[in-house]
Design a protein. Structure first.
Length: 285
């Protein structure tokens, strides 16, 4: 068992890094939670910094979020044209076809997980393109509030053990911390949701690797029909999945996410995070 029972995130004002709010999360006493803690501690001990301490989603009006995301992604496309030609822009947040095209640019130009090279301005711009594509999708699908913490430079070497898959949960619980998907590609759920016709077949990547990266979700969703929907999608595309050796039995084990901690806070966290969308520290106790 792990000696750690809780971890705390210190949130702060992003402009002044003051006006702090400390929130505790109760660690789940599971083997995969212990392994995730080890990854975070390793990242910290090796000197890796949180990539973007202001990676919050779902705060502010839909209109504000939409305008900001459209501006940022089109501005980035203009920058990327220094290296490659992208002769289109994203005009509406709900244009999933264009978002799929842009995600395909990221997949092809950046490479999959074991091919990535983050040591260039171009690679960094490609990573930002990926993040902005997912931000646009998030807004279009309801802008559920959450925040993500990543340590991009930490090598993604760890693979889930067979017993870890039993901890996947399809439900989303308010204030729960989940291990972040770190593969470069899309899961079965992503393929179904995006109806992606541009993705390279090799970019279908089920959840296998894990790292220090995590997401804190601030909404509830029972996802009661998700398994039936995914099974139908699998059946409709069975030839594709079987060509890579994936059976429904295998893929059905990784539906949803792996929870590792739950919030321990009695206040109105969403209101209190409005002015504190900056992750200052992550500490275990």
């Amino acid at each position: 068992m792990s000696k750690y029972k809780t971890f705390q995130i210190t949130y702060a004002d992003p402009n002044k890094h003051s006006d702090e709010l400390v929130i505790s999360y109760r660690l789940r006493q599971t083997p995969i939670a212990y392994k995730w803690v080890e990854r975070v501690l390793t990242a910290q001990q090796l000197g890796y910094q949180i990539d973007d301490r202001e990676r919050f989603y779902g705060f502010g009006s839909i209109q504000e979020q939409t305008q900001k995301a459209l501006h940022q992604i089109n501005q980035l496309i203009s920058i990327l044209n220094k290296w490659i030609k992208i002769d289109y822009r994203l005009h509406t947040i709900t244009d999933q076809d264009t978002l799929n095209r842009l995600h395909h640019v990221f997949e092809v130009e950046h490479g999959l997980l074991n091919e990535k090279n983050s040591d260039s301005d171009y690679a960094n711009c490609l990573c930002n393109l990926n993040l902005l594509v997912h931000r646009c999708e998030s807004i279009a699908r309801g802008a559920h509030p959450r925040h993500v913490v990543t340590y991009f430079g930490l090598p993604k070497t760890e693979i889930l053990a067979n017993d870890d898959y039993k901890h996947f949960e399809s439900t989303v619980n308010f204030g729960t911390v989940y291990i972040n998907y770190v593969e470069i590609g899309k899961t079965l759920y992503d393929l179904m949701l995006d109806n992606d016709t541009y993705i390279d077949p090799t970019a279908f990547q089920p959840f296998r690797h894990y790292s220090a990266d995590f997401v804190v979700k601030f909404w509830n969703d029972d996802n009661s029909n998700i398994k039936d929907q995914l099974q139908k999608y699998y059946a409709d595309n069975k030839t594709f999945f079987e060509s890579f050796g994936y059976t429904w039995s295998m893929l059905s084990q990784s539906i949803g996410g792996i929870p590792v901690a739950d919030i321990d806070y009695a206040g109105n966290i969403l209101n209190n995070l409005v002015t504190r969308q900056f992750v200052k520290t992550v500490q275990f106790y």
